[in-house]
Write a protein that binds this ligand. Sequence first.
Ligand code: S3P
Length: 440
Amino acid sequence: MNLKQTFKVQPQGSLQGSIRVPGDKSISHRAIMMGAIAEGTTQVKGFLEGEDSLATLKAFRAMGVTISEPLNGSLRIEGAGLRGLQAPQQPLDMGNSGTAMRLLCGLLAAQNFSSTLVGDESLSTRPMKRVTEPLKAMGAQLELEEGGVAPIKISPAQLTAINYSMPVASAQVKSCLMLASLYVDGKTIISEPAPCRNHTELMLQGFGYPIAIIGNRVEIEGGAKLKACDIDIPADISSAAFFLVGACIAPGSDLILEHVGINPTRTGVINILRAMGANIEYLREYNAGGEVVADIRVRYAPLHGIDIPVDQVPLAIDEFPVLFIAAACAEGDTILSGAEELKVKESDRIQAMADGMATLGVLHEVKPDGIIITGSGGSLMTGGEVDSKGDHRIAMAFTIAALVAKEPISILDCNNVATSFPGFAELAQSCGIDMQVNES
Ligand code: S3P
């Protein structure tokens, strides 16, 4: 039986020094997927050696792709070409990763072999019709469990082009359909209702695949080739976000986060924190393999509540758990609306955060599409025991909350932190968080 991890975090402290968080999870998945179907050898550095992206790596090995063992974030993929994947002998286990399952579903729907995608308890409750419906409209042969959840059984099919307007601003749906469209004879058009992360578009272009981006739509014709290239993956802004917020709220903090990806489709967290009064500075901005990167300096500053602009929601979609902690420390109300998607992440993130915040004495009101958090204006939260509900980002958000608590905070069920942020506890300790990981 696997031992369950509990984080025990001592109250207060400040964040100091210069740290680099692990590689971007979204880009790591895509690097494996596109490297695998490219022609030639793709050299990757900065790869996230977390459980989610390793699940993707294992899936492609199970389809016959040679991928070297990652070493300090570096690995080599021997591309099999667009038609070079082989039928996997077993169901492909995507673990906790929605990105791995949804993107792979698009790629596998277009293959000439059958496959099955499975996931852990959390992933097996998450909605999959958002990808299977448009894929079926392309002619895919897919079967879900009752309730529209995984396992997903995929049979061979020849797909046709569609013109699809996505009902939600989901990069996973967009990317799933883009990968499927590589195999289609004709032009697939995908429109997004609001901008969401564009790593698939940028990486396809990096692999020399012709696509057109016209306003809010992407147009792709199938049948061209991906040519292997080198990929330098920046540090994940979604992981950096925990320390960004920590330094904003812990008096005396002055922290540098190195080599962080600041692609504008990911920087909602910085835009929101700055609107709340944060002191965040880009020390140098540069380009790393098509993605914009910066060293970020963040210093403590008193925050105030804001009405979060709805257009920032998809740009900060993974950062809300820790943004709620920022809101809990701010002066006045922070209002989040238009954020229903948070209910179908690795947990119902609005409810999971509301439950933990209730324990810590943070005033809030859950709304059907968001939450209102009444900040303490700098007075300390209580401590106590909170449940991460097995969600990595909830666990890390409450770790950061301890910086502004009166008493220690214990966080239950933290094993899944390893899905996105291996080494979180050690890195947190190195810059000023007094925490212990207990197993029982
Ligand atoms: C991701 C897209 C987002 C995000 C997820 C990673 C991606 O999901 O929450 O962690 O890599 O495309 P949605 O696109 O479903 O919002």
